[in-house]
Each structure stands twice: as structure tokens, then as C-alpha cells.
Design a protein around this ligand. Structure first.
Ligand code: ADP
Ligand code: MG
Length: 609
């Protein structure tokens, strides 16, 4: 019989023990897995470290390489430097020996000279008399040198005087050239440059102007007081020299310029007609030269001053002065002393005496230079002004200030009581009437000292000293011409363009007249313009004429400046015969007929002769 036993008694504990074993094994597995994970982590760390170490090794290798190369290079440089040092040391040695040699030589030379000097000194001491003689000779030589210097200065003066006499005998036009200093507005190129680039007109090419905004360089330089040189005309061209009767440097002040004009004012009182005319492009300094400003008065106020200084040396009442201020604008003559200058156009006509006359321009009698200045200022307020791009206050007209000097030949009559007339030309005269009608430009209540009178007389008192008898007139024309630039330069259009072309035409007419005169042509085209007609007596006649060329020395004006300098050269060629002296004595002109206008009491207004 099969053994029958209950297996559940064995299986249950077995399963339990197996389950326990299983649990234990599972925990073991977990533990091992954890260990494995840790080992993996450590392995990864180790691998990382190994990689870092490898990279370090590579870096070290590179560094090592670099160091090796640097060491090699430095070693080569060191060798080179060492070699150079050896060379320098050897040079130094050579130098030292050379210096020592040179020094020894110099020392020997010095010793030789010293000995020589000592010997000479001893000799000189021995011959005291010779020393005295030597000193005497030196003094003689110094004196001779001084004399030679004095003679040179005298000769120079004599040469200039002779030159002036020659000029006067030939009737040459005296031409002075004044270079003005560079001005701030010389650098304002922006506007012009564009215009020139667009138009490229006849006045100049863009190459004449410097770089945009850059300072315009000085290209016209004075050489001495008689010549100027123009550099940089065109790239590659040579410098050009011009000679004039006098050249003023940019730094020359107004008094220096006037000193050269001064003799002409004396000539005016000596009986000569005189004309001083400023020519040049706008902005070149014409108005500055002729009128100046309060601080730096120009030729007009200085001439007025000088004239009255000279008059004060004469007998009271022997000379009277009248002033007129006219402008030539758009080829018409306007009287700037009249109430409404633009209302009347004035004509120039020939007189019976062969002179020229403008109809009805006002001649104000003046008694002091201050009065001339006041009337000139009054006239200037009426002068046509228009802003151009060249110069903000560009004058678009020719201004002519005329001082007419009447010399009364006879003795002074008794002074009258005070007169309220402005003119000695008697009350019925047109002039006096006009003068009374004029708005008076705040004339100062001034006293005009008479040098040779013990008392000072007021202007009114001077009016009262009336003379009678023969008289002669001379006139001083002071002309501030309008700018000589051509149309394109000013950038003007419309009415201003007409003004500019009128200016151009009148200046061309002036140039033509000078050309015809220099070529001694039979026909001189004075009638081509009112300007030349107005100045006919002075330019072509027997006046002493001074042309003052005003020149801007900056590169941007080169074309205009060259035109101006050439104009001056042409004017110098003109020979008109000697200037004529007015006035006469009983000896040289006993039968001169008296014309009504010669008499200060003739009841007529003064006119241009
Ligand atoms: P223009 O009458 O020829 O048009 P201006 O006399 O008005 O020229 O001169 C232009 C500018 O240059 C003015 O501001 C003037 O004061 C200045 N100027 C001209 N000449 C001189 C000079 N010699 N010295 C100093 N400034 C000058
Ligand atoms: Mg001017």
C-alpha cells in the first residue's frame, strides 16, 4: 500500500523558506544594482578625469612646443643683440678715439689762436699809438658808412622824386596797389563752390577755389613797396610780378596809405585838379580805403582834414570849399545830396570853357572837415546798396565825392555880421535855395579855427568874410567805384543782374578809355558810359590822377585780382601830357577873360568845370 503522507506539512515551510530566500536574494540584487550604479558613476568620473588629463597633456605639449620655439627665437635674438652690442662697443671705441683726436686738434688750434692773440695783444699793447689809429680809422669808416647810408636814402628819395616828376611830365596815371589782409569771409566757400561747379562760368573755374570750407590761401604777396608777385596762377605755371608806383602791404594802416596821397592835396591848393579812384572787386577794400570807418578813417575824411589844415594857413576867406556827392547807378547820375535822389537824373554837358558840367547837382559850401564828413555820410545813406553773396553790403554804384576849391585871388573884404546862408554864393543862387530846402543832417555846431587869425571864428563868421575879384577853381574827385567782379561771381539775378551788368559795362568803358589813351588814339570813347563821361576831365584831361587798386590776396579771387592788376598795368601806360595848373598871376595870364562863374558873387551855383 502506497505510503500516503500529507505533503502540505513539508511544502508550506519550504515555500516560506524559499520566499524568504527570494526576498533576501532580491535585496541582494538591489544592493548589487546600487553598487553597480555607484561603480558606473565612479567609472564615468574616472573617464572624465582621464579625458581632462589627456586634454591637459595636449595643452602641455602645445605649451611646451611654444616655449621651445620662443626659447629658440629668443636665443637667436640674444645672439643677434650680443653681436650688435659688440659692434656698438667697437663703434663707441672708434668714436671715443675720434672725439679725442678732434678734441686734441681743437685744443691745439685753440692754443695756437690763444698764443697768436696773446702775441697780438702784447704787440698791440706795445703799439699804443697804432691802437688809437685803428680806433680813428674805425670811427672814420663808421662815419663814411653813415654818410653812404644817408646818401643812399637821399638818392632813393631823389630817385623817387625824379620818377614822380617824370610821371608828372609824361602825364602818367599814378597807380597804387593795396593788398588787404585776409578776412573771415574769405573762407566762406560753400555757396560759391556749388555755383561754380554748376555753371563753370567765365569768372573762374572751381579749381580757383580751395577745398570746401578750407581757408583760402594767400596767393598775392607784396615783394617791396613797388612790386607784388602772384603765385599759383595755374598748376605748373610760373609766378607773375607786377610793378606799381606804390604797393601797400596788408598790414599797412590807413595813415600809411594817406601819406602817399598827401602831396596831391597840396597840389589841389596849388591849382591842380586831382582825382583819386579806388578800383577792385567787391570786398577788396575800396570803401575801406576811400571812406574807412570811425576808428580808421579813409582817404575822403583824411583829405578833408588835410585840405582844411592847409586852408587854415591861408588868409581868411581866400579859399572856399563846396562838396557834392553823386553816384552813377545803372548808368544814370543821381545827386545824393538832394531830397529825393532817384527823382532826378542828371546830365553831363560841355561848357563854353571846354569843361564838363552836370546839371543841377547840389554843391554844399563847407567850412570844416567835419561838415564834409557829415554831407558825405548823408549822401552815403542814399547810396544804392544791395546784398550780394560776395560781400553783404556790396555797393552797386560808383560814388563820386567832389570837393570844389575856389581860390579868391584878391584881398579880404571887411567881415559882415553873421549870415545864415550856407553858401557864399549869394542868396539868389539855386544852390542856396536848394540847400535851405534840404533836410539838414545834424551838423555839429563847430568852430573852425583860422590858423593865422587871432580869434577863432565860427562857420557863420567865416561866411561873412567875403572876397571879391578873380578866382579859379580846382576840384578833388574822390571815387569809390562799384565792384569789378563779373556777373557770375556775385550770384545775382533779376534787377541786381542789371545793376551788375551796368557796372561791368561802365568799368569796361573805363578800361577802353584807358586803352585808347595809352595808344594815343584820336578818338577816346568817353561817351560810352556816364561814368567815363563824368570822369573825363580827370582821366583824360589834365588832372593829377591816382588809381588805387584794391586787391584781395586770397586764392579764391585770383581771376578777379589778376584782372584788377592787369587793369592797373594798362593804366600805367597812359601818358596824357603834364597836368595843367590852374590860377594865374598878372604876369602869366594878364588877359584872361573873366567868366561869370569865376566870381564868387556871380550868383551862380558851382558846377563841374
Ligand atoms: P569793397 O568796398 O571793395 O567792396 P570793403 O571796403 O567794404 O570792400 O571791404 C570789405 C571788408 O574788408 C570790410 O569788412 C573791410 O573792413 C575789410 N577790409 C578791407 N580792406 C581792409 C584793410 N586794409 N584792413 C582791414 N580790413 C579791411
Ligand atoms: Mg564798397
Amino acid at each position: 500500500m502506497p505510503l500516503h503522507f500529507d505533503a502540505s506539512h513539508f511544502v508550506g515551510p519550504k515555500i516560506q523558506s524559499l520566499q524568504t530566500e527570494n526576498l533576501r536574494l532580491q535585496e541582494k540584487v538591489k544592493e548589487l544594482e546600487t553598487k553597480n550604479a555607484l561603480l558606473n558613476l565612479r567609472l564615468a568620473n574616472n573617464q572624465n578625469e582621464t579625458r581632462n588629463v589627456r586634454e591637459d597633456i595636449i595643452r602641455f605639449k602645445v605649451l611646451n612646443e611654444v616655449q621651445w620655439r620662443t626659447r629658440t627665437r629668443m636665443s637667436a635674438q640674444f645672439q643677434e643683440t650680443k653681436k650688435r652690442l659688440c659692434e656698438i662697443k667697437s663703434d663707441l671705441k672708434n668714436l671715443e678715439s675720434n672725439v679725442r683726436y678732434a678734441f686734441d686738434g681743437a685744443q691745439n688750434l685753440f692754443d695756437g689762436h690763444l698764443q697768436d692773440l696773446m702775441l697780438r695783444f702784447e704787440k698791440a699793447q706795445l703799439k699804443d699809438g697804432d691802437l688809437g689809429e685803428l680806433i680813428g680809422r674805425v670811427t672814420e669808416l663808421e662815419d663814411a658808412l653813415q654818410e653812404a647810408n644817408d646818401n643812399h636814402i637821399k638818392e632813393k628819395k631823389r630817385r623817387r622824386k625824379l620818377h614822380n616828376t617824370l610821371i608828372e611830365l609824361r602825364g602818367n596815371i599814378r597807380v597804387h596797389c593795396r593788398l588787404r589782409p585776409l578776412q573771415n569771409f574769405d573762407n566762406r566757400l560753400d555757396h560759391f563752390k556749388e555755383e561754380f561747379l554748376e555753371r563753370g562760368d567765365a569768372c573762374g573755374s572751381p579749381t580757383n577755389l580751395g577745398e570746401l570750407g578750407s581757408p583760402s590761401e594767400q596767393v598775392i604777396h607784396p615783394i617791396d613797396d613797388e612790386s607784388v608777385v602772384v603765385t599759383q596762377q595755374k598748376p605748373g605755371s610760373t609766378a607773375k610780378n607786377f610793378e606799381f608806383d606804390h604797393v601797400f602791404f596788408p598790414e599797412d594802416a590807413q595813415d600809411v596809405v594817406f601819406n602817399e596821397v598827401l602831396p596831391l592835396i597840396t597840389s589841389l591848393l596849388d591849382g591842380y585838379n586831382v582825382c583819386i579812384m579806388a578800383y577792385g572787386q567787391t570786398g577788396s577794400g575800396k570803401t575801406h580805403t576811400m571812406l574807412g570807418n570811425e576808428k580808421e578813417p579813409g582817404v575822403v575824411p583824411r583829405s578833408a582834414n588835410e585840405l582844411f589844415k592847409l586852408i587854415d594857413e591861408k588868409a581868411p576867406g581866400s579859399v572856399s570849399v563846396h562838396v557834392s556827392v553823386v553816384e552813377v547807378y545803372n548808368n544814370e547820375i543821381y545827386d545824393l545830396l538832394s531830397e529825393n535822389p532817384k527823382s532826378t537824373k542828371h546830365e553831363i554837358t560841355s561848357t563854353e570853357e571846354g569843361g564838363l558840367d552836370t546839371t543841377s547837382t547840389i554843391q554844399m559850401q563847407v567850412h570844416c572837415s567835419a561838415e564834409i564828413e557829415k554831407w558825405t555820410a548823408h549822401g552815403l545813406r542814399n547810396r544804392a546798396m544791395i546784398a550780394t553773396k560776395v560781400h553783404e553790403h556790396s555797393s552797386r554804384s560808383h560814388l563820386v565825392v567832389t570837393l570844389t576849391v575856389t581860390n579868391h585871388e584878391t584881398t579880404v573884404s571887411s567881415p559882415r555880421k553873421s549870415s545864415h546862408e550856407h553858401s557864399t554864393m549869394a542868396s539868389p543862387s539855386l544852390l542856396s535855395k536848394k540847400a535851405r530846402r534840404l533836410p539838414q543832417p545834424n551838423l555839429p555846431t563847430m568852430t573852425c579855427k583860422l590858423a593865422n587869425s587871432q580869434n577863432s571864428a565860427t562857420c557863420d563868421d567865416r561866411d561873412a568874410i567875403v572876397t571879391a575879384g578873380d578866382s579859379y577853381k580846382t576840384k578833388l574827385q574822390l571815387v569809390d567805384l562799384a565792384g569789378s567782379e563779373c556777373v557770375g561771381m556775385s550770384g545775382v539775378t533779376g534787377p541786381a543782374l542789371r545793376e551788375t551788368s551796368c557796372i561791368n559795362r561802365s568799368l569796361s568803358a573805363l578800361s577802353d578809355v584807358l586803352c585808347a589813351l595809352s595808344e594815343k588814339r584820336s578818338h577816346i570813347p568817353y561817351r560810352n558810359s556816364r561814368l567815363t563821361r563824368l570822369l573825363q576831365d580827370s582821366v583824360g584831361g589834365d588832372a593829377k590822377l591816382l588809381l588805387m587798386l584794391c586787391v584781395s590776396p586770397a586764392q579764391r579771387y585770383l581771376v578777379e585780382s589778376m584782372q584788377c592788376l592787369n587793369f592797373g598795368q594798362r593804366a600805367r601806360q597812359v601818358q596824357r601830357g603834364p597836368p595843367k595848373k590852374r590860377g594865374y598871376s598878372v604876369m602869366d595870364s594878364p588877359t584872361r577873360p573873366l567868366s561869370p562863374r569865376d566870381s564868387p558873387l556871380g550868383g551862380r551855383k558851382l558846377r563841374f568845370q
